[in-house]
Design a protein around this ligand. Structure first.
Ligand SMILES: *Cc1c(COP(=O)(O)O)cnc(C)c1O
Length: 376
């Protein structure tokens, strides 16, 4: 069976975990957490990066920093993971879903401005498949309407838009290091913060609302409770696991891109015949091969193709069920404008096996079986 995902493993994970254990410092913000934070800051150019226990929690932290009040509105795509929405719902926000672009499956930036009301507080672009949203337009809208931008860059580690790292362009960016993502610590994530004052606020909220970080740096002589907060720090053992992969990020990225490009080449003839659609990478984006997907004609064809691939020992999976039509989505949000692509894409998109270490023969075999399915 060719499985859909194999969590990344770069080789030195156990050594680094052992080092963390030997240091008897496995709580949060130990040496490996600091190395990971620094790696992210250097790689993305963000002002401050802080590891969190997940991208879900990074998004929740971003929603607190955005100072969402009950009744505030947040604009986001419906074609995303529940965490993008939950973070803001937990703060009492009303969700305003807008449609996606048919090419990148990212939020359609041309529809955002029409969805803005006097209650709108934030825009949350999601970089689907690690391919950047049209950020210049989104940042311009946010500036003109005085809105906060929170990038859900869960899938976008190592991707860029016009040379800028995904997650580093908005006020806040959120990464995921879940085991289904390109770099993993089992469960984990990071928040990227642009403004240095907000970075200090984030440190406090992340440390149970205390100024412990300032205390450890010797900036205050005792630490105390200064604001509402929670605990978003992962164990340094998990950070050690992650660091082994970050160190070899270029190699992992290259390997994934090679598989992605091989899929693209192997399936291009089917697209040329009009049988399916392949991903579109805009000129200004460099992606990280987080995902390789195809778009079939409709739900029925996709269901048949999933079964056909399964019979041939290939595990391919569909993705999001649109949030706006889910039970909680109906309760907490509304869809602004027409759902031209969200539901249609959700019903016809199919993700193929993609992970660090996927073999060329495996990609070729999968392409061959898909060609066979279409009678080519
Ligand atoms: C994976 C993912 C998340 C959640 O990440 P966790 O680290 O599992 O909390 C959020 N948003 C998107 C778009 C994701 O793909």
């Amino acid at each position: 069976m060719i499985v859909f995902n194999v969590p990344p493993y770069a080789g030195k994970e156990l050594d680094y975990m052992q080092e963390a254990i030997a240091g008897r410092k496995i709580c949060g913000d130990g040496p490996f957490t600091k190395k990971c934070n620094q790696w992210i800051e250097e790689k993305t150019g963000t002002t401050k990066a802080l590891l969190t226990t997940s991208c879900t929690q990074a998004l929740e932290l971003a929603a607190i920093l955005t100072d969402i009040q009950p009744g505030d509105e947040v604009i986001l795509p419906s074609f995303t993971f529940v965490s993008t929405a939950n973070a803001f719902v937990l703060r009492g926000a009303k969700l305003v879903f807008v449609d996606i672009r048919p090419d990148t499956k990212n939020i359609d930036e041309t529809l955002i401005e029409d969805a803005i009301t006097d209650k709108t507080k934030a825009i949350v672009p999601v970089h689907y498949a690690g391919v950047g949203c049209e950020m210049d337009t989104i940042l311009d809208i946010a500036r003109r309407h005085d809105l906060i931008v929170v990038e859900d860059a869960a899938q976008g580690v190592m991707s860029t838009y016009k040379g800028r790292a995904l997650g580093s362009m908005g006020d806040y960016g959120c990464f995921s290091f879940h085991e289904t993502k390109n770099y993993s610590m089992g469960e984990g994530g990071a928040i990227l913060i642009k403004d240095s004052e907000k970075a200090e606020e984030a440190e406090v909220i992340r440390e149970k609302g205390t100024d412990r970080s300032r205390f450890l740096r010797g900036q205050v002589d005792k630490y105390s409770w200064v604001t509402m907060g929670s605990s978003y720090l992962p164990s340094d053992m998990n950070a050690a696991y992650l660091y082994a992969q970050l160190e070899r990020a270029d190699e992992i990225n290259c390997d994934r891109l090679a598989s992605w490009n091989r899929y693209y080449k192997g399936l291009k003839p089917l697209e040329e015949k009009g049988l399916l659609q392949l991903p579109v990478i805009p000129q200004e984006c460099e992606h990280n091969a987080h995902m390789f997907y195809i778009v079939t004609k409709d739900l029925e064809e996709r269901t048949k193709l999933i079964s056909y691939l399964k019979e041939n020992e290939i595990n391919a999976v569909f993705h999001y069920v649109p949030l706006h039509s889910a039970k909680a989505g109906l309760k907490y949000g509304r869809f602004h404008g027409e759902d031209k692509y969200t539901t249609k894409v959700a019903e016809s998109l199919l993700r193929l096996p993609m992970y660090y270490g996927l073999k060329e023969e495996e990609v070729d075999y999968i392409c061959q079986k898909i060609n066979e399915f279409y009678g080519v």
